[in-house]
Design a protein around this ligand. Structure first.
Ligand code: CTP
Ligand code: MG
Length: 245
């Protein structure tokens, strides 16, 4: 493998998890007894192509995250770094990118809140970047039809919202992480784009570069609301049963 294609993953894990309700920062909440972040780190380190994982911890929680990583079994072949995060996801990712050493040519960005992504999805993203795509996102077709509306605004919660358009569902994809990038491209995107965005690939789109979609996976869903915790624990229980534990 050439130096240029060594791969690192940045895991933004600095969010509070407001939509999940009161409690510890979302990444530190347990799923079947193990912190969500540890599941996410293991999901990334499961790929033999990943040589470094940079965890972007809650701003006050870097020491706690270092202890967690030391206390859980992780593959020997992978290096780990922990840096404190920022006020937005975008800032947190930027702080993770700033910590990358030389010799890394491919960078994945993966939400700590997607703890159950299968290794085949991770490898598929890495492969597409290595084959020359500057930005790759795993995504799935939508189950629901999507409407564009004129939002009612915070002062009128629950008010009827006029529909503006109905995009053709077959042309839409729901995007997941890990999103994969040529390192220099992602660094340039973070240095150039200042709009607040919800994913990294859209910053590369704003540079005018081609972003491509590869197949995502149902189990790469994001733990966002309380019901997602129930689903995540059910997926883990099914895996455990299938593995014969
Ligand atoms: N994230 C981050 N730094 C922030 C905000 C979010 O690193 N300042 C991370 C989260 O930890 C999460 C990922 O970005 O792994 C995706 O964000 P989201 O699911 O929105 O998580 P939260 O922002 O924590 O949740 P909420 O929006 O409900 O508060
Ligand atoms: Mg958020």
């Amino acid at each position: 493998m050439s130096e240029e294609s060594r791969t690192a993953v940045v895991i933004p894990a600095a969010g509070r998890g407001v939509r999940l309700g009161p409690g510890a920062p979302k990444a530190l909440r347990a799923l079947n007894g193990t912190p969500m972040l540890i599941h996410a780190v293991r999901a990334m380190a499961a790929s033999r192509a990943v040589s470094l994982v940079v965890v972007v911890a809650p701003p006050e929680g870097a020491a706690e995250v270092k202890t967690l990583l030391a206390d859980h079994a992780l593959p020997e072949r992978t290096d780990f770094l922990v840096v404190p995060g920022g006020a937005t996801r975008q800032e947190s990712v930027k702080l993770g990118l700033d910590a990358l050493p030389e010799g890394i040519g491919v960078v994945l960005v993966h939400d700590a809140a997607r703890p159950l992504v299968p290794v085949d999805t991770v490898d598929g993203v890495i492969e597409a970047v290595r084959e020359g795509a500057p930005a790759v996102v795993p995504a799935l077709p939508l189950a629901d039809t999507v409407k564009q509306v004129e939002p009612a605004g915070p002062d009128k919660p629950g008010a009827p919202e006029p529909v503006v358009a109905t995009p053709e569902r077959a042309r839409l994809r729901a995007v997941q992480t890990p999103q994969g990038f040529d390192r220099d491209t992602l660094v340039r995107a973070h240095a150039t784009v200042t709009d607040n965005v919800t994913d990294d690939a859209s910053m590369v789109e704003q540079l005018g570069l081609q972003v491509v979609v590869v197949p995502g996976h149902e189990e790469a869903f994001k733990v966002t609301r309380p019901l997602d915790l129930v689903l995540a624990e059910a997926v883990l229980a099914r895996r455990r049963a299938n593995d014969g534990f």
